[in-house]
Design a binder for this molecule. Structure first.
Ligand SMILES: [Zn+2]
Length: 523
């Protein structure tokens, strides 16, 4: 490692907030490997519609599967693909040094960016770069700086000086760099959607002009200096890992979690972006064995051996390329339901990948949430489109990391409405696992709605009763709610409700029955 990388050891913990671990769920290890072991043979085709993590893709590949990953979230796609790109550590260091030494305004880029944060040590007056500045949300200028002086060993916070402010004034606020980033996120020539434009401009306000300047400059350099496309994408993924800590969303007391609001805290930190980037490069861990990623779908489909292909369009369009009954296993974690993730992903996808990265996110920026009808309709489109590609014995496994009590039942109902049978609904402390199969049983007969309602209410009541007798009062009502849904599924009542009651209101109607019963039990 070069000295540049080692110098970053002093970076504080906020600079280690990695986008990859906050934006997308942490997949349980070995889950995909075990599925592959029990469900597939070497060379079998496995689909991963919606891709948000390299973990399952890697495990399926290593189990010998041909893994076809799809989804329009270009950002999670970028990260997953980069994490599966085999590079030796020397190539990473060499590329980083080449980038840092490339010239900007007659100086090496590294020095140029570091100089944006240049200040003096309050103790010995040596010239150095600040680690970060502390801002107050209600004031136009930073208030303090954190320095780490190698001349006198002073390390700590001190007040901003006039010279620091003069340096800050030299950074353009709405100049070419700002418009470079904005123009990649929303096209100035597209049909005028002022609400969208305003929203995207507001997202840029989550960064200081200096941060935007540094980010834009490094993206431009990555695209010019690194001509090898896979390596270029790895460096964009590394840069992506810095974009959350580079925002104004973290204060001195913030925890390393995704913020709950897109608003800076009363006091927020502005990190030295070059230091963030150095840390992200130093902590990047490429796979240490060869992984075959096949860029063309037609080549991928002809392979007999294990391989990975990233299909950068919606999963429903895969239908065109796949034969009927050709897929052995499908593994899906439905996309995030967090509007904060939607907004930040759209912004960063634009910055890193241009308009084609940002555009799929526009609809999400306008989407009200929660809206389970919209959510289910989208899921049903995918379920129905890919259903014919499944072999008769195939399994479609959903892994859910529920943030809302209605998330698992919404997926169950969408599956039933798409004519799947839910074979298993397993609930663990971290996730739900739903195994869908193609149905063998005949469709159930219709029951008069009032009889059905009484039967459903009795089933819910009995389930809650026996849950409480068996396991006592849970800490939250969610395990009871999910147990009630499970019993409705396994008793066949969900199937009967689907043919006897209006589909679209079923989720909320059943939720109401369960909530009402919980109230009767004193919840
Ligand atoms: Zn000093």
């Amino acid at each position: 490692m070069s000295t540049n990388l080692n110098d970053s050891a002093h970076s504080n913990s906020f600079s280690k907030i990695q986008v990859q671990s906050l934006l997308w769920p942490n997949w349980p290890e070995t889950l995909a490997a075990n599925l592959a072991k029990t469900r597939t043979l070497s060379g079998d085709l496995v689909l991963v519609p919606f891709c948000d993590s390299a973990t399952p893709i890697d495990e399926l590949y290593r189990a010998g599967c041909k893994v076809l990953v799809s989804g329009q979230d270009h950002l999670s796609h970028l990260m997953a693909e980069a994490k599966l790109t085999t590079l030796d550590p020397e190539t990473i260091v060499d590329t980083f040094n080449r980038l840092g030494n490339s010239l900007k305004g007659g100086q090496p880029l590294r020095q140029y960016i570091e100089n944006l944060y240049q200040t003096t040590c309050p103790h010995c007056q040596a010239t150095l770069s600040a680690d970060y500045f502390v801002w107050r949300r209600d004031l136009a200028d930073p208030q303090q700086k954190q320095v780490n002086c190698t001349s006198c060993n002073f390390s700590g916070l001190s007040d901003i000086t006039q010279a620091d402010l003069r340096r800050l004034d030299q950074v353009e606020t709405r100049g070419i760099h700002y418009h470079f980033l904005l123009g990649r996120t929303i096209s100035p020539h597209s049909s005028p959607d002022t609400a969208l434009q305003t929203r995207i401009e507001a997202l840029h306000e989550l960064y200081t002009p200096r941060a935007l300047y540094a980010i834009a400059e490094i993206i431009m350099k990555i695209e010019v200096v690194i001509s090898d496309k896979p390596i270029q994408r790895v460096f964009k993924a590394i840069l992506l890992n810095c974009l959350l800590s580079a925002s104004n969303l973290f204060g001195p007391a913030s925890s390393a979690q995704l913020p709950r609001y897109l608003r800076p805290p009363t006091r927020f930190l502005e990190h030295n972006f070059w230091q963030l980037f150095e840390t992200a490069v130093a902590t990047w861990q490429p796979p240490n064995y060869d992984i075959r990623i096949t860029p063309r779908l037609t080549d991928f489909l002809q392979h007999r051996r294990n391989s990975i292909h990233f299909f950068s369009d919606e999963a429903i369009h895969l239908r065109r390329y796949l034969n009927d009954e050709s897929v052995t296993l499908l593994l899906t974690a439905p996309p995030s339901q967090n509007p904060i993730v939607w907004a930040l992903s759209t912004l960063w996808a634009g910055w890193l990948l241009g308009l084609k990265g940002a555009e799929p996110g526009y609809a999400l920026l306008k989407q009200k949430w929660p809206d389970w009808t919209w959510y289910q309709d989208n899921l049903i489109k995918t379920l129905r489109a890919l259903r014919p590609t499944m072999k008769p014995e195939a399994r479609w496994v959903f892994i859910l990391f529920p943030e809302h009590r209605l998330h698992p039942p919404a997926v169950v109902l969408a599956a039933l409405r798409s004519r799947f049978e839910v074979d298993v609904w397993r609930i663990t402390s971290t996730h739900h696992q739903l195994t869908l199969i193609l149905p063998s049983a005949e469709t159930p007969s219709r029951i008069p709605p009032h009889t059905l309602q009484a039967t459903i209410q009795t089933e819910i009541r009995d389930t809650i009763n026996s849950f409480l007798r068996r396991q006592g009062q849970p800490e939250s009502a969610h395990p009871l709610i999910w147990a009630a849904w499970q019993s409705l599924l396994y008793s066949g009542l969900l199937d009967q409700a689907l043919i006897s009651l209006p589909n679209k209101q079923l989720l909320t109607w059943l939720d109401k029955q369960i909530q009402q019963t919980l109230v009767d039990f004193g919840f």
